[in-house]
Design a protein around this ligand. Sequence first.
Ligand code: NAD
Length: 340
Amino acid sequence: KKLGIALVGLGSYSTYQLAPALQDTQHCYLAGIVTGTPEKEQIWADKYGIPEKNIYNYQNFDDIANNGDIDVVYVVLPNSMHAEFSIRAAQAGKHVICEKPMGISVEECTAIINACDKAGVKLGMGYRLHSEPYTQQVKEYVKEKTFGDILFVSADASYRATGNPDQWRLNKELSGGGALMNMGVYAVQSTIYGTGENPVSVSAQEFSTRPEYFKNTDETITAQFKFPSGAVGNITTSHNFNANAMYVSGTSGWFRLQPANNYGPLSGVTSKGDEIKFPHESQQKLQMDDFARHVLFGEPNKAPGEMGKRDMMIVEAIYQSIANGGETIALDFEPGYGFG
Ligand code: NAD
């Protein structure tokens, strides 16, 4: 059986990445859509052969509970709408994939996790990198100590935002925050799978050069982490410049991915002179098949809800540090909390 997925929110990520990837997936397929834009209904129905009974809007979405074609609801809306639609999907008895960031507060993440637990449905994050081979290689290097004990990780996840200053990503009500919410989660994650540990503390700084453009969301943030082993890490995330890399240094060598977190192909080198190279496949395809295998066959959930919540706890600590002039904020995770 292939699982039927319904995409909620037919913006650019659904249109250009997820729907095309769902044409190549092995264990799931595009079965339905949920859209607030009536004109998109016919376009998507024609393009992907979606029957009318599998097309919903935000108002009648809850009727999806009675639709046996839909097994998984994939929430691809602006960040502040993730919690509402993930919770409604769980209450309709559907498994949930929630895009990053999981919500706009830790409280929302907890509410999503609780709703999925209560409904007995599976929950996965749209963290595509955990399904692609370069990130697996990083985890393998760290686990096998290929470069010794990890001492330092640096990670950048940024792009230069242009265009309409009123786009939802630059509107705090809809995005929950700026670069940190949007791209920062990738850099935070790089430091975690680059060390194999959750951080024990963070301090952070914010920089602003275009306040007239970034009216109420963060433009550039840097943050420094400490890890239980003593390793240290730093991240930069920005909506003002392009930067996409991770660098990991251990007692016997180093490796680097650049780019490290875009849709690929990624690329990397090591201090041993090796190139890190894998054949390119759609990350979104790999991610959705991994989640489908989790639901269908009980295989591990590579990006569980707790991972999304952990990242949001770190995001909140970063904002708290900035609000307190760069104060060091302690973080207290169980070892391995949120790991896939
Ligand atoms: P987008 O702006 O292209 O699309 C947003 C969709 O939400 C549109 O279809 C829009 O009509 C709909 N929408 C409903 N209510 C809205 C409102 N009040 N304001 C604005 N739009 C509204 O955004 P996107 O790039 O598709 O991003 C959607 C989600 O997917 C975000 O949470 C984003 O972080 C995530 N995303 C993840 C990745 C990834 O690599 N995992 C990549 C891109 C986006």
